[in-house]
Ligand binder design. Structure first.
Ligand SMILES: *Cc1c(COP(=O)(O)O)cnc(C)c1O
Length: 412
């Protein structure tokens, strides 16, 4: 028996298979693996196995693991200053806000730490906008089934997913949750209390459901006609994931408000909501805040991610890789018609719809040392780092194919 480690070390030691005896709250059905190190598109477990990471921490590790420029930015900032609070100006925050505005529709940015906070902030901004415009009755937001906006009380009400609302008491009012793609219901629901339409241009957790560009354009027109704000949740599909900096660019529209997070921090917790000057007009001093949001460490990493993603040719390369992955996955689908029913996605936001339970396919992928993420609608997501190599994309397809063979074999 090894000697028990001293208390200070014990917290850092890997704790495989956190079961009922783990001190970690059991809100996740975790896979029984602990990772020690990451290198680009690869994760190395404490037992030395190398996994091809096409989960990317759910689209967070946009530049893979241990990217030298992110390490340099974080360590350089760590030597100087970690945190000051938002009681003072933060240079890195002003710089990242300016760059986000220069690259998008936005004029103003609020920084927070997560996607849920970004969505929550966008919801607050929409209500506040109509309040200061003299129409406080406009406080309802139209949202869509299959959406995911986070796990706060407002964002679970916004998405309206019963599974996430169950047992959490009175549901926060103010959301009209419609079927995705039901144009008639959308027009019928807009009324004197409607403040905004909030939508993910590509539903991520919901199963990589791409909203048709025409539908997004129609929503833009409806918002303009009725004086509503169009809020896009690009927490998962933004920051280059679809091959454009933001997914709505494919539809040639701009929103009034946009929530972002996940990829923007490349693994450091960063979230933000962006808005036009007009939409943000109610967000005066004291109306909203965050202790940690946009702190110097987060902003150093956020700016470094921007440096890489905005480099000439980076997004074109993502599009090129997406094409390659699409071709590979089409071949995998042809080889496994007994498992795969559809390949979906936009850019490197990819979903494989399967006949068998998605969890079985995910497990088989893990057995082939390929990390994936499950989603709604019986979909397995492939979310490679945006800088994965073409060879890694082919390797992932080969591993997926072997995993699907396992799934077929176990069924026959
Ligand atoms: C992940 C996600 C969120 C929530 O982000 P958290 O950082 O987990 O709070 C919100 N919206 C979308 C589209 C997401 O994918």
């Amino acid at each position: 028996m090894p000697q028990p480690a001293p208390a200070a070390n014990r917290t850092a030691a890997p704790t495989p298979n956190p079961g009922p005896s783990s001190a970690v709250m059991g809100t996740y059905a975790r896979q029984d693996v602990v990772f020690e190190r990451g290198e680009g598109s690869w994760l190395i477990s404490t037992t030395g196995e190398r996994y091809l990471d096409f989960a990317s921490g759910v689209a967070v590790n946009a530049l893979g693991h241990a990217h030298p420029r992110l390490i340099a930015a974080l360590t350089e900032q760590a030597q100087k200053l970690w945190h000051t609070s938002n009681l003072y100006r933060i240079a890195g925050q002003e710089r990242l806000a300016e760059r986000l505005c220069a690259a998008t529709f936005a004029d103003r940015v609020f920084f927070c730490n997560s996607g849920a906070e970004a969505c929550e902030g966008a919801i607050k901004l929409a209500r506040r906008y109509h309040h200061v415009s003299g129409r406080p009755e406009r406080n309802r937001i139209i949202t869509f089934k299959g959406a995911f906006h986070g796990r706060t009380l407002a964002t679970i009400a916004a998405a309206g997913n019963e599974k996430y609302l169950d047992g959490f008491g009175p549901q926060m009012p103010g959301f009209d949750v419609l079927e995705l793609g039901d144009a008639a219901a959308l027009e019928a629901t807009i009324g004197p209390e409607t403040a905004a339409i909030m939508i993910e241009p590509v539903q991520g957790e919901g199963g990589i459901r791409v909203v048709p560009p025409d539908d997004l354009r129609r929503m833009r027109e409806l918002c303009d006609a009725h004086g509503l704000l169009l809020i896009l949740d690009e927490v998962q599909c933004g920051m280059g994931r679809t091959g454009r900096l933001f997914a709505h660019e494919w539809a040639d529209i701009t929103p009034d408000v946009m929530a972002i997070a996940k990829g923007i921090g490349g693994g450091f917790p960063v979230g933000a909501f962006l808005a036009t000057e007009e939409a943000a007009k109610g967000m005066a001093p004291g109306t909203h805040g965050s202790t940690f949001g946009g702190n110097p460490l987060a902003m150093a990493v956020g700016n470094a991610v921007m440096d890489v993603v905005l480099e000439p040719g980076f997004l074109e390369a993502v599009q090129q890789k997406a094409l390659r992955l699409k071709q590979e996955l089409a071949r995998v689908k042809d080889e496994h018609p007994d498992v795969v029913t559809e390949i979906r996605g936009l850019g490197l936001l990819t979903g494989i719809r399967v006949k068998q339970p998605a969890a079985d396919v995910l497990k088989a992928c893990t057995a082939e040392r390929l990390l994936t993420v499950s989603a709604g609608d019986n979909v397995v997501r492939l979310l490679p780092p945006l800088n994965a190599t073409e060879a890694e994309l082919s390797e992932a397809a080969a591993r997926l194919s072997r995993a699907l063979e396992r799934v077929s074999a176990s069924r026959s």
